[in-house]
Design a protein around this ligand. Structure first.
Ligand SMILES: [Zn+2]
Length: 302
């Protein structure tokens, strides 16, 4: 059974017309709840000590106590609320829980997460805490006693926006490899240096996208030889995405998921999957792309 961790019942109070697709998470849970071989579990809260593996204490305190300035809230894109704190802690907790489950079962999923624009000391672009960075450091801690060293973790970030927060947090950390394949002209406009970046041109199509991905996975295997994978399976490279600027088909995104999962399995690397972005003109299409990722993961269960 593959575990799917959800946190969509912590709904943020957003102003009317806000462009964050809050609804997609509930729709996705409803869609995948009928799938065979999956169990749905409520996302646990991330422990504060886990957040502090990558975040500054002062930032974490101010998020939790509601002391973010107006401009900090604007950069996150959500007005502060208790629900925002709860949801952010659950979403980070979900990726941590998925990583622990993946160690047992090969693969597990956070039905939200992929909040890769969050830095050590600030949030940005709908991201409060960086779940992938937190999870990378927390799974290393978890495995430290048995390995007697830090496990090599790779973050495969295929959201269409660069994983700038993750790259900055892990800049000097040799034990975590950050890979981001994204739209070069898209947000964030000031990119950070990941260990491997591929900036794609506007309008990029399936063939180039999949070829670049295949090369990158080979490079990561050769240069880093990861032992654990955190996969951000963003739905926003999709041709029908409002914020994506690329022209990747739904089938192309399915092939992408298969490539990543097949690579993980061939390497015997457990993989924790987070959904990351997806802002389709039609929310149903975005949900269908995320759901497709879940179906691929079911098919690739070990
Ligand atoms: Zn994105």
């Amino acid at each position: 059974m593959m575990k799917l961790f959800y946190s969509d019942h912590f709904v943020l109070p957003l102003p009317v017309g806000h462009r964050f697709p809050m609804e997609k998470y509930r729709l996705l849970r409803e869609e995948v709840s009928h799938y065979p071989d999956v169990t749905l579990e409520e996302a646990p809260l991330a422990n504060i000590e886990k957040l502090l593996l990558v975040h500054d204490q002062h930032y974490v305190d101010r998020v939790i106590q509601g002391q973010l300035s107006e401009s900090e809230q604007r950069e996150i894109g959500f007005p502060w609320s208790q629900a925002m704190v709860k949801r952010s802690l659950r979403s980070a907790g979900a990726t941590i829980a998925a990583s622990l489950s993946a160690l047992q079962n090969g693969v597990a999923v956070n039905l939200a997460g992929g909040t890769h624009h969050s830095y050590a000391d600030k949030g940005s672009g709908f991201c409060v805490f960086n779940d992938a960075a937190i999870t990378a450091k927390s799974i290393q801690q978890h495995q430290l006693a048995s390995l007697n060293r830090l496990m090599r973790v790779a973050v495969i970030d295929l959201d269409v926006h660069q994983g700038n927060g993750t790259a900055a947090i892990m800049k000097t950390d040799q034990s975590v490899f950050t890979f981001s394949m994204h739209g070069e002209k898209n947000f964030p406009f000031r990119k950070e240096n990941s260990d491997l970046d591929i900036g794609l041109p506007d309008g990029c199509q399936d063939e180039q996208y999949l070829a670049e991905l295949g090369q990158a996975l080979q490079t990561i295997a050769t240069e880093f030889d990861p032992e654990f994978i955190i996969y951000l399976a963003g739905a926003d490279p999709y041709e029908g995405d409002r914020l994506g600027r690329l022209n990747i088909t739904k089938e192309g995104l399915g092939q992408r998921d298969e490539m990543v999962l097949q690579w993980c399995i061939s390497r015997k690397n457990p993989v924790a999957i987070a959904m990351a972005g997806g802002y389709g003109s039609s929310i149903e299409e975005t949900v269908a792309i995320h759901a497709q990722t879940i179906r691929k993961a079911i098919a690739f269960q070990w």
